[in-house]
Design a protein around this ligand. Structure first.
Ligand SMILES: Cc1cc2nc3c(=O)[nH]c(=O)nc-3n(C[C@H](O)[C@H](O)[C@H](O)COP(=O)(O)OP(=O)(O)OC[C@H]3O[C@@H](n4cnc5c(N)ncnc54)[C@H](O)[C@@H]3O)c2cc1C
Length: 393
């Protein structure tokens, strides 16, 4: 019998598996497709503290400290770069909004600052001179999402974790109010603890346990260019959160903008009934109209991006909760179930810390970071606010 089954090989599940395996627990990771098959592959992969909700800021700050040593810890390249995050102001109103945000974040202990147009041009000459100024956090950055997830999984495997890909979990088994295992398309796996880190599909497993997270799938279009000479080091966002982008370490532009709820299916064919092994996740394509819109938005901010050859585009699904904050907790019932969902477009940066928190909860330890704001029970009492989708990298 395994100590722990981790459902989901995105960054949350991969980091948790690493923490548990290196702590000496027997761990099995199950994914319906493979590493980074969903949000952790679709993502922009910004590592950002700037503009975080006060509840998330301590986690984001702890995560950045983790990211700084991650390549060494995992003994593999994540392509993490600490080159800063810039949130652009295009109007006087934006300047006011960002100035207030920076002041609040400085009071909360973040080293953020405002840049005027001249300072912005000096720091990031690829940004359009029409931009009036920006908020800036020098300790933010970005990483390669797939490389990061694979690095966590490989390190977990070296520490003894078993990885099984192409294997969908159908249900979490419970007996006498305790988890006892999981049922997959290939059979039953007995275990003492289950970590559910299944992203936007999580409620398929959680709803039958009365643990459904109120979240909707929002569609976000991502465009990625072929490699071109490096002109942009920072991750770019905008005051109104309408788009974000960056240049990857190999020169590819990767930029994104959100739209409405995902209008397509999430009932993808059951591809895990055949042979086992990793397979690519669902590839969702945006309408041409969205490609044009996103190119226009980001191209107006970083004109060089429009000259780069377009290599690919896709739709990423974001697991949006009503307050745009995640649910991270150990369920009171059934005992032995730990979960993390609803990152609302901000969970890549947090991955290393999510892993540490979930691993502590699995071991019945108190995480050393504040997670009370992320309790599922808040939705029973909280007004049904609907936070906007914000993309800042
Ligand atoms: C376009 C886009 C841009 C983003 N930009 C940023 C950003 O700049 N910075 C940032 O911090 N965050 C960003 N995010 C959010 C971030 O990528 C996610 O919050 C994060 O990757 C979530 O990781 P996860 O491991 O929790 O979930 P996922 O990566 O979605 O992993 C869930 C895994 O569970 C598996 N799974 C699901 N159901 C089952 C099942 N029944 N059985 C077995 N396996 C199952 C899936 O195959 C998947 O691999 C962005 C997201 C998107 C979509």
């Amino acid at each position: 019998m395994m100590d722990v089954v981790v459902i989901g090989a995105g960054i949350s599940g991969a980091a948790t598996a690493y923490e548990l395996a290196t702590a000496g627990l027997s761990v099995m990771v199950l994914d319906r497709w493979g590493p980074a098959a969903m949000a952790s592959g679709w993502t922009l992969a910004g590592v950002r503290q700037l503009g975080r909700d006060p509840a998330e800021l301590p986690l984001a700050q702890a995560a950045v400290a983790d990211w700084e040593g991650l390549d060494e810890k995992l003994d593999a390249p994540t392509h993490y770069r600490q080159d800063g995050n810039i949130r652009l102001a295009r109007t006087e109103q934006d300047i006011e909004q960002l100035t207030a945000m920076v002041s609040a974040q400085q009071r909360a202990g973040l080293d953020a600052e405002m840049l005027d147009a001249q300072a912005l041009q000096a720091l990031a000459p690829a940004v359009s001179p029409a931009v009036m100024g920006a908020a800036y956090c020098a300790t933010d950055g970005h990483a390669d999402p797939r490389a990061t997830v694979i690095a966590f999984l490989a390190a977990a495997e070296r520490a003894g974790a078993e990885l099984r890909f192409g294997e969908e979990v159908l249900s979490v088994d419970v007996s006498e109010d305790r988890v006892t295992g999981v049922m997959t398309r290939r059979g039953r796996i007995a275990c003492g603890r289950v970590v559910v880190a299944a992203g936007v599909l999580g409620n398929r497993l959680l709803a039958p346990l009365d643990l459904a997270v109120p979240m909707v799938a929002r569609a976000v279009t991502v465009l990625r260019s072929a490699p071109v000479p490096a002109v942009l080091a920072q991750v770019i966002g905008v005051a109104d959160a309408s788009c974000a982008g960056r240049q990857e370490t190999d020169g590819r532009f990767r930029f994104t903008s959100g739209s409405g709820p995902w209008p397509g299916t999430m009932d993808w064919p059951d591809e895990s009934a055949g042979t086992s092994g990793a397979r690519p996740g669902p590839r969702l394509m945006p309408p041409v109209r969205e490609v044009v819109r996103v190119a226009g938005l980001f191209g107006a901010l970083v004109p060089a991006a429009l000259d780069a050859p377009l290599a690919e585009s896709w739709v990423g699904l974001v697991d949006m909760t009503p307050d745009a904050l995640p649910v991270i907790e150990a369920a009171a019932t059934p005992r032995g179930l730990v979960m993390a969902h609803g990152f609302s477009g901000h969970g890549f940066c947090l991955g290393p810390v999510t892993g540490r928190i979930l691993a502590a909860l699995v071991r019945d330890e108190m995480p050393n970071l504040p997670i009370a704001p992320f309790a599922l029970s808040r939705f029973k009492t909280q007004a049904a606010a609907t936070a906007p989708l914000t993309l800042h990298g």
